[in-house]
Write a protein that binds this ligand. Structure first.
Ligand SMILES: Cc1cc2nc3c(=O)[nH]c(=O)nc-3n(C[C@H](O)[C@H](O)[C@H](O)COP(=O)(O)OP(=O)(O)OC[C@H]3O[C@@H](n4cnc5c(N)ncnc54)[C@H](O)[C@@H]3O)c2cc1C
Length: 589
């Protein structure tokens, strides 16, 4: 496996040209100075590349192991790497300074998360879920809960998890049956079994705070009756020191396709007197609160698609620059050419590069909108940003993860036979990426969310406003001879989206997944267009090779990726009839 090289210049390009960092600085992130951000990215990137990335291959082979007493041992080197990550303050970078954070916007935290995920996705999942728990507590914890948990969680000294899933309650979270009974002292006693708990047990932190959904007695069925609890693995004494173990245990960990080092646990609660849990918010508000965690986590998962594809791209590029096969067109007879000289290999690499850049731009723009939605003083701006986030979250999750799987598969293809051999690292990227379309709400659920709930915001006004904004960029591109082709494709794609926006809901659900993919591809064209326009301003004479490559990449995206949208229109608008055309009995032969 090749070394990981943090794509700092690309990340900086997005932060400087696609995100209004100055605007964010003005509304409550005074630390978001370009020099400070550059320094932070360089430092974080160095530690991640030098300390975390080299562990990934061995960690994948070793995996995390459950011991007979229910404890879990993580792969060699993880404890030291985690300690260094925490000591450097990276988990806290985008949290308020009053809680020990770095006071930077979420979008900068997402950039660090991208690099950590590229280095070792299994390792990154612990900090990712802890991040989501921090956010939930900041917004909805009581003062006492914040004081007890937040400093430890934000620093990374403790970790957080997210427990929704039970054997009978996967996508249908409302079917969960874990019980929470009031203990009479303000706390609850929790019993039940949760499955698929990411980083549910580990040996990196002294405590783990399980953010858990359960039902109180008499609660109505379905999602309405769900409440949300904090259940620490180790109870906390009144003086803040750690006390006895809570009544929960890791019963087993799963053997998985990828992310082997991430312990995916079955946790049993209340085998004795019931695990002590602390209610967050009010009883039966649990689902609404959990969505706060899930939305941030969904953007993180979309970004996992970018991150793992970036690692796969770096590996594929390095291989294409050393492997010689055949004679490339235009070279002397008998030449053994580098495979990067062959048009088809170059096409695959450009498919990877152009879609990674598109996804990174869209993910970071969505993260910056989360910052605006939380912090802008003007209510109207906050609302617009919140609408953008609402629409883009399922798009980022679905399109980012589907594309991540596709690109990591392409990374294997670039390697030829060696791509199928674990030593190259290419299969690990693909195996790791494969979970991303499934967890954090499967992509089928994301697509339905987009079509049934998000496009209808303001009777479609929010989605139409967003597409109009994208179309404006297409117009600007059309005015520039060298960029007009991008503008044309973007416009065409936008028109398709507009035309098919408000379909009959039943038919729309049948085409929801390709529709969400279309939306992502068009949004990717939009950020490529914005990038190309920025390069025209920054380097009008075309002297900077890095910047000019952005324009060439945008043109490639316009010609090789945006046209997919036209193909997706058919399936998006086909309706449900043929989807249900073969009866279940006939499907069984
Ligand atoms: C490695 C791993 C880590 C995980 N980590 C966590 C974690 O930390 N915390 C946690 O709570 N959970 C976690 N999960 C669980 C994960 O979120 C669920 O697996 C996921 O939500 C899907 O649920 P399910 O597996 O029960 O599939 P099902 O719900 O049974 O779905 C099966 C298929 O049916 C489709 N489907 C189901 N319902 C609908 C519908 N209404 N409309 C359209 N399609 C539908 C799905 O899209 C899917 O294709 C993890 C899972 C794995 C494998």
């Amino acid at each position: 496996m090749t070394d990981y090289r943090p794509p700092i210049r690309d990340i900086r390009f997005v932060l400087s040209n696609l995100v209004d960092m100055e605007g964010l600085r003005a509304i409550g992130f005074p630390n978001a100075e370009p020099d400070l951000i550059d320094g932070a990215l360089e430092e974080a990137g160095r530690l991640i590349a030098e300390v975390v990335a080299p562990l990934a291959r061995t960690a994948d082979k070793t995996g995390s192991v459950r011991n007979p007493d229910g404890s879990v041992t993580t792969p060699p080197g993880y404890r030291q790497a985690y300690r260094r990550f925490v000591e450097a303050g990276w988990p806290a970078i985008s949290f308020p300074e009053e809680w020990g954070g770095g006071g930077l916007p979420f979008v900068v935290g997402l950039a660090v998360a991208e690099m950590l995920t590229s280095a070792d996705m299994a390792f990154s999942l612990g900090p990712m879920l802890t991040y989501a728990a921090d956010e939930l507590l900041l917004l909805h914890g009581t003062e006492e809960q914040k004081a007890t948990f937040l400093p430890h969680l934000i620093s990374g000294e403790w970790s957080g998890t997210m427990l929704l899933t039970e054997a009978q309650a996967g996508s249908d979270v409302g079917a969960l049956t874990a019980k929470a009974v009031p203990a009479g002292d303000g706390t609850y006693r929790i019993t039940g079994t949760k499955i698929f708990v990411t980083w549910g047990e580990q040996d990196l932190t002294d405590n783990i705070v399980h953010v858990t959904l359960a039902r109180v007695p008499g609660a109505p069925p379905g999602t309405k009756g769900i409440s949300l609890f904090l259940i620490p693995k180790v109870l906390i004494n009144d003086d803040g020191t750690l006390g006895p173990r809570n009544d929960l245990v890791c019963v087993s960990i799963e053997e998985k396709v990828g992310i082997h080092a991430s312990p995916t646990c079955v946790l049993s609660f209340g085998d004795n007197d019931g695990a002590v849990g602390y209610l967050v918010g009010e009883e039966q508000q649990g689902m609404r609160l959990m969505f706060i965690m899930m939305n941030t986590a969904r953007l993180h998962v979309g970004t996992q698609g970018v991150a793992v594809a970036e690692r796969a791209y770096q590996q594929a590029l390095a291989y294409a620059l050393e492997r010689r096969q055949g004679q490339a067109v235009g070279t002397a007879k008998g030449t053994s050419s580098l495979i990067i000289e062959h048009a088809d290999v170059r096409r695959m690499l450009m498919l990877m590069r152009s879609q990674i850049e598109a996804m990174r731009g869209v993910m970071y723009k969505t993260a910056a909108a989360i910052d605006l939605a939380h912090s802008h003083p003007d209510e109207a701006v906050r609302q617009r940003a919140a609408d953008f986030v609402a629409i883009m979250t399922p798009v980022c999750k679905l399109w980012g993860t589907e594309t991540g799987v596709e690109l990591t598969s392409l990374g294997i293809q670039v390697h030829g036979g060696m791509g199928y051999i674990e030593e190259t690292g290419a299969p690990q990227c693909w195996r790791d990426a494969r979970i991303t379309p499934i967890y954090e709400g499967s992509n089928g659920i994301q697509a339905a969310d987009l079509v049934a709930r998000k496009l209808t915001i303001g009777n479609g006004a929010a989605a139409l406003a967003l597409l109009a904004e994208m179309d404006e960029v297409a117009d600007q591109l059309n005015a520039d001879e060298g960029l007009a082709r991008i503008g044309f494709q973007l416009h065409e794609a936008g028109v398709h989206l507009l035309t098919h926006l408000m379909q009959n809901p039943n038919d729309a659900l049948a085409g929801a997944t390709p529709f969400a993919e279309m939306f992502g591809i068009v949004a990717g064209g939009w950020v490529h267009g914005l990038s190309a326009l920025a390069v025209r301003r920054l380097d009008p004479e075309g002297k900077d090779a890095f910047l000019q490559a952005k324009i060439a990449t945008a043109r490639f995206y316009a010609e090789h990726v945006l046209p997919k949208v036209a193909g997706l229109v058919g399936t998006t608008t086909a309706g449900a009839e043929t989807v249900f055309g073969v009866p279940v009995e006939a499907m069984q032969g």
